[in-house]
Design a protein around this ligand. Sequence first.
Ligand code: CTP
Ligand code: ZN
Length: 152
Amino acid sequence: MKEPKQLSVSAIQNGTVIDHIPAKNLFKVIQILGLDRFDNQITFGTNLESKKLGKKAIIKISGKYFADDDINRIALVAPDAKLNIIKDYEVIEKKVVEVPDTITGIARCVNPKCITNFESVTTRFKVVSKKNVALKCYYCEKITNQENLQII
Ligand code: CTP
Ligand code: ZN
């Protein structure tokens, strides 16, 4: 007999559900969105089974709808994230995240001699490739790619 579909994390009435986050990056997503500073009710589950990702995480933020620019900041660590906009318990919209054209903060510059690595200067990159992420540093012009991408 097929098990009835059960939610590992309770449904929410209004807000945003971010699904398909790689489990290993859950806390990076929390950090990038600044969820630790929110007063809204937030629930999450991690190491949930996912056919696509192996282990996935999900975050449910009650009473909060994000601007696209804010949510797209998580694309570096959760490229397959799916957003579900919930109103009155219904999913009224689904969105995917998109790597933005520029990245401010979030990532470290690969160049040890870059000013951002020894002075308190916020990193800034132009995204030169979105598929296999490649970031060109605004200060030293070195390329940071997926393999050496370090989240601050
Ligand atoms: N969800 C929720 N609260 C609601 C409605 C939905 O938390 N009131 C969550 C569900 O738990 C699910 C996500 O929002 O994680 C998307 O819901 P739905 O589209 O109903 O689920 P699926 O069909 O499984 O979506 P998908 O296959 O796109 O992941
Ligand atoms: Zn640099």
